[in-house]
Design a protein around this ligand. Sequence first.
Ligand code: HEC
Ligand code: HEC
Length: 270
Amino acid sequence: MGKRTWIVLMTALALGLLVSACGTNDLATDLTPIPTLAPGETPALVDALAQTPATQEATAESEGGEDALVAAGEALFAPTCAGCHGAQDGAGPALTGMADRAATRVAGMSAEEYIHESIVDPSAHVVEGFADIMPKQYGDQYSEDELNSLVAYIMHAGSAGGGEAEATAEATTEATEAAAGDPAAGEALFTSTCASCHGAQDGAGPALTGMGERAATRVEGMSAEEYIHESIVDPSAHVVEGFADIMPKQFGTQFSEDEIADLIAYILEQ
Ligand code: HEC
Ligand code: HEC
């Protein structure tokens, strides 16, 4: 009998005991025999049971678990961080190249260590040229798993070469998803939040009239969806000629990706 089979049998035995225990009224007395069942074997069983999820995790990691981690990080980053960390420097340093810079920021710290510290303790190293305005609660707000996913995403999207190309691909995917937004919901948001600056004609901001069409031609290599998305989450990335950089900067954090998709769907129809 192989070790594996033995472990399975032991597990079945232990589970069987548990099940039979549940069938009686006196749980406490009936459960006590489990640890005393086979004193020498119990630790092995506990070990075996504890190892199973770890093994599964390792397998998952080699089969795209890393991708899943990056995707989880992106889902956090987009609504929470992208407002300050866009494609270019804004309120915070650009996401573009962030992983490469992280590797060189503090002597003796790996890129991952530095990024992790930057998130949980942003004041520890304040990047030159920026103010110490990054929110300080992420270390309490996020679990270690969530923090790891953020680090994985930044290592992925913030590195030169493959990372940036894929970041563009991700932006395109985002834009495609955005195209599936609900224009009616977008109109409601726009009327309450944006119309004061974006009316039928140019005002404090460019006119809503024709905004969707102009978006397609604003930045070479960017689709209308991508450009509108960026204009909302990172308004300083491209400031329209003839206008000041006064558009509020918090929409990327204020709105969910779904709400932003609704806004884009509405603007594309204009
Ligand atoms: C209100 C704006 C703001 C938000 C929101 C924000 N950051 Fe920052 N972040 C900054 C600023 C400003 C800096 C540079 C100053 C500093 O180092 O604290 C910075 C620095 C960083 C750095 C170091 C970058 C470098 O080039 O060395 C990392 C990594 C980082 N932020 C990650 C995040 C993550 C992840 C989130 C979301 C969970 C986030 N930030 C949310 C403003 C912000
Ligand atoms: C306080 C005024 C103000 C508010 C409120 C405002 N914007 Fe803007 N917006 C501007 C200005 C000014 C510009 C042009 C300068 C720039 O590109 O940042 C602009 C530019 C844009 C552009 C690019 C337009 C173009 O022709 O290239 C889009 C898209 C946009 N805003 C969408 C929105 C959305 C969506 C909202 C609401 C969630 C909003 N804005 C709220 C002032 C505002």
